[in-house]
Design a protein around this ligand. Structure first.
Ligand code: C2E
Ligand code: CA
Ligand code: CA
Length: 245
């Protein structure tokens, strides 16, 4: 499935996040929290991850060609994929074979990546970055990012975790303060921010007011199959739709 991401000031769709589902005959649509941990344990995630990467690149091309927009595609990469020392080469081949402009691809790595593998991960991220893709830190604020990591890793965007975003609605001053600080920190480090799991108008308005760059969540769009995305973009060819449409 693909979930649209919007620019905070215009609410226009700028890109999509590829979110894997397993369409199983018996269990119907299985969500990734059920099978990704197993795929990681068995290392199957390496081949599944490359399939996701290829499929998402092909789909991006279809969206771009059909709607003449410079959309981006965010793709989740598991730590297990980063342990593959040939990953940058494999991704480079997919980019080349699918005719994808690396500048339109964003790789998402969750913040909870293992502490003791910093040098390996830094090396992989630098190799990936050299291909021209951008790098986002997922679930930011819940894991192990130290200031040292923020300083040394080649990061372009921080994805503010859903738990802080939901805190906006419950009136949590602490959550609001944390979000503001993340946005300031990102700005000062020359990075951008995306808020995840935006579900309500008050969350949207607050995040817009404090200068968050991008948003993603049910308030705008749910993750959906490519076909539904195409109908959505088709519905208003002159302007990509905003919330409530
Ligand atoms: P994630 O990368 O943090 O993805 C965001 C999750 O939040 C997605 O769950 C998405 O459907 C959900 N979400 C989006 N908007 C909202 C909202 O407004 N409210 C709420 N409550 N949830 C929202 P999903 O699709 O079940 O994916 C779960 C996790 O599985 C992802 O978390 C990601 O870590 C992992 N995952 C998904 N696809 C892949 C993949 O291709 N490769 C790898 N390695 N991991 C993947
Ligand atoms: Ca993600
Ligand atoms: Ca996340």
């Amino acid at each position: 499935h693909y979930q649209p991401q919007v620019k905070a000031d215009t609410q226009k769709i700028t890109g999509f996040e590829a979110l894997l589902r397993w369409n199983n005959k018996k269990y119907r649509l299985v969500t990734p929290d059920v099978f990704i941990p197993m795929a990681e344990q068995t290392r199957l995630i390496r081949s599944i991850g490359l399939w996701v990467f290829q499929t998402a690149c092909e789909q991006l091309k279809v969206f771009q060609d059909r709607f003449h927009e410079d959309f981006s595609m965010s793709i989740n990469l598991s730590i297990e994929q980063l342990r593959d020392d040939d990953i940058a080469n494999k991704i480079n081949n997919i980019l080349r074979d699918t005719g994808t402009n690396a500048a339109n691809i964003q790789i998402e790595i969750t913040e909870s990546i293992a502490f003791d593998e910093d040098t390996v991960i830094l090396q992989r991220l630098e190799e990936l970055k050299k291909l021209g893709v951008s790098i986002a830190i997922d679930d930011f604020g819940t894991g192990f990012s130290s200031f040292d990591r923020l300083r040394t890793f080649p990061i372009d965007l921080l994805k503010i975790d859903i738990c802080f975003v939901h805190g906006i609605s419950s009136g949590s001053q602490k959550d609001r303060a944390i979000i503001k600080s993340i946005i300031q920190l990102a700005k000062n480090l020359g990075m951008e921010t995306l808020a995840e799991g935006v579900e309500t108008r008050d969350q949207f308005l607050y995040l817009q007011e404090i200068g968050c760059n991008y948003m993603q969540g049910y308030y705008f769009y749910k993750p959906m199959p490519a076909k539904e995305i195409a109908s959505l973009l088709q519905a208003k060819p002159e302007e990509t739709p905003g919330p409530g449409d």
